[in-house]
Design a protein around this ligand. Structure first.
Ligand code: ADP
Length: 497
C-alpha cells in the first residue's frame, strides 16, 4: 500500500508520558507508536515527535541549541532528546522525541493560559522548523495538532517557501476540539513575521484577532479531525465555532479519523489496576469488579445495575441532562457512580445528589486514573450524553471493558456506538439523538429494561461490545493513507503554483 517508508514528524503541545492535560496527549503519545509498528512495518516508517520542554519533565538529554531569530532578536532554543518505547510483537522500537526548551517560555508552573501564549507557541513552531536541518532530517510530513502548532503550515507556505529543504514537506493539521482556537490580538502578526497585509479575512484575520487555529486550517495540505461525524458537524454554523465557512471551503481536504485506545494498557485480561481480570469468556469475573467497586465507594454490595460516568465536569459533557433525570433514576433499584472534576456548579449539583441518596449514588470529585479503571471494569453501563464530542475516549474504553455505553449521537460517539436493535441483536450500546431529558431517559430505560428482562441478550451485547476493534493499529493505517494524500496534494499544488 505504501510505496516507500515515510518520515513523519508529530508536533503537539502535549504528549503522553511527558505532559498531559487532555485527550490530545494520549493521541500524540499513542499514534506515533502505532505508526512505528503498524502492519509488519516492512516499510519502516520513521516517526518522531516534538513538544515543548515544560517544567517538571525529567530525563531528556541535551542534544543541541541554536538561536531563533524571533521578534527582531535571537531567542535560544535548546533541543533535548528522549524517546517513546513502541512495542510490536515483542520487539521494541524507540520513537525519538525532541523537547524544545527555552527557560523563559516553558519553565513555568502549568502548561497553558499565560499572557504571552501566542509568543510561546509561535516560538515553539519556529524552533521546531529550525531544528530540522540541524538534525539533518527532512520529514515528508509534519503532522500538526490543534492551535499550538497552527503556525507551522503557515511558516512553511510563506516564510520557508523558497527554501528547498522545506518546500517539499507536506502538512496535516488535526483539530481535536474546535472550541480551543488560539485567537490573539492583531500584534501577534509580528510573531508570525508578517505585517498588516496578512490581516484580512481571507488570510489571518479572524473577527478582529489573529487566529492560530485558522492559520493551520488555511495553510495545511490536508485537515483532519477525530471522527467523520465531527468533520461534518463542524462545517455547519451550529457547531462550526465561526470557522464553518472556512471548513466548508476546504471540505475536499477535510477528513475524519477516529482515535484509538491503547489495547495493551486498556485490557481487562491484564489490567493490574482492577480487582479481578476477565475476558468475554469469563464475564462472571466482571461482576466481582462491580462488588469491589461498590465496596470501595461505600455503596451497598449487591447485584443491581451500576451506571458509571467518568468525565470532565464541563458543559460539553451534557451534565445538565444527567442532572435532569437523576431524581427519576434514583427511584429505581440501581446505583450511579460519577468520577469527575471541573466546573464547581456541576460538582455541587452532583454532591447534593450523593447527599440525598447515599445508598444509590457516589460522586468522586477529582482526577483518579486507578479509580477510573475500576469504574470502567465494575459498572454495567457508561453514560456519555455529550452536547458535542469530537471523538470521545470514554465510550471506547468502556466497550473494551464490556460496559455498555449510553450516548448521544454526536461526533465520535455517533461513529463508534451503534444502537442496540432488539430484533436483530445488532449494536453495541444505546444511542439517542435529541438533546432532551426525555431522549436520555428513554435510552436509559431501554438499557435498564434489557438488563433486567433479558440477561442472556445483555451478555451477548456485552460480548459484542468487547469484540469491537478500536485499537490504534486500525486508525494508524488510515493516518498513513492521509499522509499519502497530503503528499500528493502538496506535490500537485507545488506544480500548479
Ligand atoms: P475529553 O478529552 O473531552 O476530556 P475523552 O472522553 O476524549 O474526553 O477523554 C477523557 C479521558 O480522560 C478518558 O480516558 C477518561 O477516562 C479520562 N478522565 C476524564 N476525567 C477523569 C477523572 N476525573 N479521573 C480519571 N480519568 C478521567
Amino acid at each position: 500500500m505504501f510505496d516507500r517508508p515515510l518520515k513523519i514528524l508529530m508536533v503537539s503541545s502535549e504528549v503522553v508520558p511527558f505532559a498531559k492535560t487532555g485527550g490530545l496527549a494520549d493521541v500524540a503519545g499513542s499514534l506515533p507508536k502505532a505508526l512505528a509498528t503498524v502492519g509488519n512495518n516492512q516499510a519502516g516508517h520513521d516517526v518522531r515527535v516534538t513538544l515543548p520542554h515544560y517544567k517538571g519533565i525529567e530525563g531528556a538529554r541535551y542534544r543541541m541549541d541554536f538561536p531563533v531569530l524571533f521578534k527582531n532578536r535571537a531567542e535560544t532554543a535548546i533541543i533535548r532528546e528522549a524517546s517513546i518505547d513502541a512495542q510490536y510483537q515483542g520487539e521494541h522500537r524507540l520513537v525519538p522525541v525532541y523537547l524544545v526548551d527555552n527557560h523563559h517560555y516553558f519553565y513555568r508552573d502549568g502548561m497553558y493560559m499565560f499572557e504571552d501564549e501566542a509568543e510561546r507557541f509561535a516560538f515553539f513552531c519556529r524552533a521546531v522548523l529550525e531544528m530540522l536541518p540541524r538534525l539533518n532530517w527532512q520529514p515528508d510530513i509534519i503532522h500538526c495538532n490543534d492551535w499550538q502548532s497552527g503556525p507551522i503550515p503557515f511558516f512553511l507556505k510563506v516564510r520557508y517557501r523558497q527554501d528547498s529543504f522545506y518546500n517539499k514537506i507536506a502538512t496535516v493539521f488535526t483539530i481535536h476540539n474546535l472550541q480551543y482556537q488560539g485567537n490573539f490580538p492583531k500584534q501577534a502578526l509580528s510573531l508570525l513575521g508578517v505585517g498588516e497585509e496578512y490581516f484580512t479575512p481571507d488570510l489571518l484575520e479572524f473577527y478582529g484577532t489573529v487566529s492560530f487555529i485558522k492559520t493551520g486550517i488555511l495553510f495545511a495540505d490536508v485537515i483532519s479531525t477525530v471522527s467523520k461525524t465531527y468533520a461534518n458537524e463542524i462545517q455547519r454554523p451550529e457547531m462550526g465555532e465561526r470557522l464553518d465557512g472556512l471548513l466548508r471551503k476546504r471540505s475536499a481536504d477535510l477528513y475524519g479519523i477516529v482515535n484509538g485506545i491503547n489495547y495493551h494498557e486498556f485490557n481487562p485480561q491484564t489490567d493490574p489496576r482492577i480487582h479481578c481480570n476477565y475476558s468475554r469468556d469469563s464475564l462472571e469475573n466482571k461482576r466481582e469488579n462491580k462488588y469491589a467497586l461498590q465496596k470501595e465507594m461505600g455503596l451497598p454490595v449487591k447485584n443491581v445495575p451500576v451506571i458509571g460516568m467518568i468525565s470532565r465536569l464541563v458543559e460539553q459533557k451534557g451534565l445538565d441532562l444527567v442532572a435532569s433525570v437523576m431524581e427519576r433514576l434514583m427511584e429505581m433499584d440501581l446505583q450511579f457512580i460519577l468520577l469527575g472534576t471541573g466546573d464547581p456548579y456541576y460538582e455541587k449539583t452532583f454532591i447534593k445528589i450523593k447527599e440525598k441518596y447515599p445508598e444509590k449514588a457516589d460522586i468522586y470529585i477529582g482526577f483518579n486514573a486507578i479509580l477510573a479503571q475500576r469504574i470502567y471494569a465494575g459498572a454495567d453501563m457508561f453514560l456519555m450524553p455529550s452536547r458535542f464530542e469530537p471523538c470521545g475516549l470514554g465510550q471506547l474504553i468502556a466497550m473494551r471493558y464490556g460496559t455498555i455505553p449510553i450516548v448521544r449521537a454526536v461526533g465520535g460517539l455517533a461513529d463508534t456506538v451503534h444502537d442496540f436493535n432488539p430484533v436483530t441483536g445488532s449494536g453495541n450500546g444505546f444511542v439517542f439523538s435529541e438533546y432532551s431529558t426525555e431522549a436520555v431517559w428513554h435510552a436509559l430505560s431501554r438499557a435498564l429494561t434489557l438488563y433486567h428482562n433479558d440477561p442472556g441478550q445483555w451478555q451477548r451485547l456485552v460480548r459484542h461490545a468487547m469484540e469491537m476493534d478500536f485499537s490504534w493499529a486500525r486508525s494508524a493505517v488510515e493516518y498513513l493513507q492521509l499522509y499519502q494524500e497530503a503528499i500528493s496534494r502538496h506535490q500537485k499544488r507545488a506544480k500548479t503554483a
